[in-house]
Design a protein around this ligand. Structure first.
Ligand SMILES: NC(=O)c1ccc[n+]([C@@H]2O[C@H](COP(=O)([O-])OP(=O)(O)OC[C@H]3O[C@@H](n4cnc5c(N)ncnc54)[C@H](OP(=O)(O)O)[C@@H]3O)[C@@H](O)[C@H]2O)c1
Length: 239
């Protein structure tokens, strides 16, 4: 991964931050994207470059990639990690909140993938995409809009394989509960249920998802594409 140029969205906190840290440790150039830079200030590295981008806004994403074009930077790897979760039942969802979730969790992934793949494919260069999905996209969620957004990300991941092979591998990770700010929005009784269905008795931390991400970005997974990788303490079995 030494020559890799990795875009990580949602880089300022939680899982995204851990992925940035891990990529820097591997010697990658990291283009860290989120709406606010604050969290990233602690990471001092000449290989870290912050870009303020709202992933739900196509025009901002287009400007980001045009900025890279001007600097003659072509990213080789993309981690679509940015996401939001409201922990709401369908009955209280407004149109605006539905748009927020779908625009961030799904359209953001689509937009980034479009601009990233267009450039890499034109150069006939190899690369990889990892989408941070969720167990919710497979088993459902008490927040149906979030569950729908992640199920769509899984479908999008598998479908992109047809478009980008053999140049770009596309895989996703489906975490269960990971200790970040996001889980504060999970209703208490639901969180208890998730925890009690886990087979492994230590909680999943952001660095654990970062390890799995690095594996899927790297040549160690060179024969894997279209995979949705569970990292969930065994909380759901499926065939
Ligand atoms: N934590 C879990 O239990 C869990 C489980 C399964 C899947 N996941 C998935 O893992 C990913 C990361 O979640 P997390 O737990 O690390 O969440 P988090 O701690 O809430 O962090 C979310 C990150 O996404 C960024 N972000 C949110 N909306 C954005 C937007 N419109 N544009 C750019 N950046 C945006 C945030 O930065 P700014 O606010 O600064 O923009 C922040 O860096 C998400 O896709 C989530 O769905 C999490």
């Amino acid at each position: 991964m030494k020559n890799a140029v990795v875009i990580v969205t949602g880089a300022s906190r939680g899982i995204g931050y851990a992925i940035v840290e891990r990529c820097l440790k591997e010697g990658c150039q990291v283009l860290a994207v989120s709406r606010k830079p604050e969290g990233l200030n602690q990471l001092k590295s000449p290989n870290l470059h912050f870009w303020e981008v709202d992933v739900s806004k196509r025009d901002q994403i287009q400007s980001f990639f045009e900025g890279l074009d001007q600097k003659k930077i072509i990213a080789s790897h993309l981690v679509n990690n940015a996401g939001i979760y409201f922990g709401r039942p369908l009955s209280v969802y407004t149109d605006e909140a539905i748009d927020d979730v779908l625009n961030t969790n799904l359209k953001g992934v689509i937009y980034f993938t479009q601009y990233f793949s267009e450039r890499l494919m034109k150069q006939k260069k190899r690369g990889a995409i990892v989408n941070i999905s969720s167990v919710s996209g497979i088993c459902g969620s008490s927040d149906p809009i979030y569950g729908a957004s992640k199920a769509a990300v899984n479908g999008f991941t598998k479908s992109c394989v047809y478009n980008f092979s053999p140049w770009i591998r596309v895989n996703a990770i489906a975490p269960g509960v990971v200790n970040t700010d996001m889980i504060k929005a999970i209703p208490e009784h639901i969180l208890k249920k998730y925890r009690s269905s886990e087979f492994i008795d230590s909680s999943t931390e952001p660095k654990d998802i970062a390890d799995a991400t690095l594996f899927l970005l790297s040549e160690q997974s060179q024969h894997m594409t279209g995979v949705i990788l569970d990292v969930n303490n065994g909380c759901y079995f499926r065939s």
